[in-house]
Design a protein around this ligand. Structure first.
Ligand code: GDP
Ligand code: IMO
Ligand code: MG
Length: 430
């Protein structure tokens, strides 16, 4: 049985939650491997409509074991609230059995939230537009070797000593650089010790849990958060998040060998969206963009911010496919283009009079890239009730085939609505 990574192929919000929930029907385990509650994964199935931020979207399939991997950053009050809300709606999260949390995952501390806010303000016009959930500051502390991990909460003596050391530094930064108030070690210690007691039954050495499942030939889904273009290394730096949402990040963030990953499904929206700042060559600033935003309710799941809307960008698509090595693509939201008479696809850029067919690594260049479009006729009819590719209007089939060719990967699954059953399988997955 394979290990399948399902990753966001653009700038996030591609519909990963829906695809993971759907494919988890067959799975034994779903592992979130990166990010924190900057993510917002929407799931709509027979159990209701859900917005998940930290807990893997496989949770609605009773036999699936959900793992929050070592690559994540976890804000305990947000997680406890998510656990409470799911349990209240009848979702069983049997601690350490159905939901396991890595002892190596890093904690989002209260000073991370404050620093996210202060750093964004200090960036002024260069603000990244972060979710202000403390993600960047928490990952900075992880790589700066000043992080506090989930496992630390289980050892009060070591936790207290570590917190004293870390807070002496953080408080100096807060008071001297930002003129902000310091945090009390006693208060943070007491608050996080309480969280530790509540989370302790869920905590495991999850790389071993996952390895044991691999040895039993389980079907394991690695659930990506964010998207390839938000990757710290490969995204539109510095307008990125602070983790590795790409397929390679799934091995590291789950603590398994990259050789164990059998396939990679890239989730693409059939147009493009982005939340926050940064270059976006195919962005629409007209009534078509407004139409898609309103029809598709393109507002952030986590922050409620309006999402920026643009045509499908095949330059980004090819790059994303290249760096992730997609073995399949899942294309979402086809139904949102049902009312457009003409659909454009960005196939290349022009930069200072030169045509580019590859993605430049510099955001300064990307800001200056102009899109080159191909136009296709729309289908002007509802795709929502279709369950077979051959039944889709010819123009919709042609659009899908054009994207497939441009991104150089087969589109094996098409979503035509947010609900689990509103899906068209062209080939069996995973
Ligand atoms: P994620 O972060 O990648 O999981 O995506 P989000 O949940 O943030 O945003 C995707 C949105 O698209 C959610 O509101 C989903 O319910 C919705 N969605 C997913 N697939 C489809 C689809 O094929 N059609 C429609 N209409 N909505 C979809
Ligand atoms: P899902 O998993 C869309 C964006 C933010 C901002 C940048 C950095 O739902 O697809 P951060 O708070 O991570 O430091 O913000 O990254 N961002 C997302 N955009 N979907 C997400 O997650 C995102 N997670 C972060 O808007 O531009
Ligand atoms: Mg989202």
């Amino acid at each position: 049985m394979p290990v399948v990574a399902i990753v966001g192929a653009q700038w996030g919000d591609e519909g990963k939650g829906k695809i993971v929930d759907l494919l988890a029907e067959k799975a034994d385990m779903v592992v979130r491997f990166s990010g924190g509650n900057n993510a917002g994964h929407t799931v709509m199935n027979a159990q209701g409509d859900f917005k998940l931020h930290l807990i893997p979207a496989g949770v609605f399939n009773p036999k699936v074991i959900c793992v929050m991997g070592n690559g994540m950053v976890i804000h305990p009050p947000a997680l406890l609230e998510e656990i409470r809300a799911l349990e209240e709606r009848g979702v069983d999260l049997n601690p350490g059995e159905r939901l396991c949390i890595s002892d190596r995952a890093h904690l989002i501390m209260p000073y991370h939230l404050l620093l996210d806010e202060l750093e964004e303000t200090a960036r002024g016009a260069r603000a990244i537009g972060t979710t202000k959930k403390g993600i960047g500051p928490a990952y900075m502390d992880k790589t700066g070797r000043m992080g506090i991990r989930v496992g630390d909460l289980l050892d009060p003596v070591a936790f207290r000593e570590r917190l004293e050391y870390v807070l002496s530094y953080k408080n100096a930064v807060l008071t001297k650089l930002y003129d902000a108030s310091p945090f009390s070690t006693d208060e943070v210690f007491e608050e996080y010790s309480r969280y530790g007691e509540q989370l302790a039954p869920f905590v495991r050495q999850t790389e071993l849990t996952i390895q044991a499942a691999i040895e039993k030939d389980a079907l394991i889904i690695m659930e990506g958060a964010q998207g390839a273009l938000l990757d710290t290394d490969l995204g539109t730096y510095p307008y990125v998040t602070s983790s590795a949402p790409v397929a390679a990040g799934s091995a590291l963030g789950a603590g398994i060998s990259p050789c164990k990953i059998d396939s990679v499904i890239g989730v693409f929206k059939c147009y493009t969206t982005r939340v926050g700042s940064g270059p976006f060559p195919s962005e629409l600033h007209d009534e078509i963009g407004d139409h898609i935003r309103e029809k598709a309710r393109e507002y952030g799941t986590t922050t409620g911010r309006p999402r920026r809307i643009g045509w499908f960008d095949a330059v980004i698509g090819r790059f994303s496919s290249l760096i992730n090595g997609y073995t399949s693509v899942a294309l979402t939201r086809l139904d949102m283009l049902d009312e457009l008479s003409t659909i454009k696809i960005c196939t290349a850029y022009t930069l200072n009079g030169t045509t580019l067919t590859h993605l430049p690594s510099s955001s300064a260049d990307l800001f200056n890239c102009q899109p080159v479009y191909e136009e296709m006729p729309g289908w002007l009819s509802s795709t929502r009730d279709h369950r077979n590719f051959d039944d889709l209007p010819g123009e919709a089939q042609n659009y899908v085939k054009a994207l497939e060719e441009l991104i150089n990967c087969s589109i094996d699954l098409i979503a035509v609505g947010p609900r689990r059953e509103e899906s068209i399988f062209r080939r069996p997955l995973p």
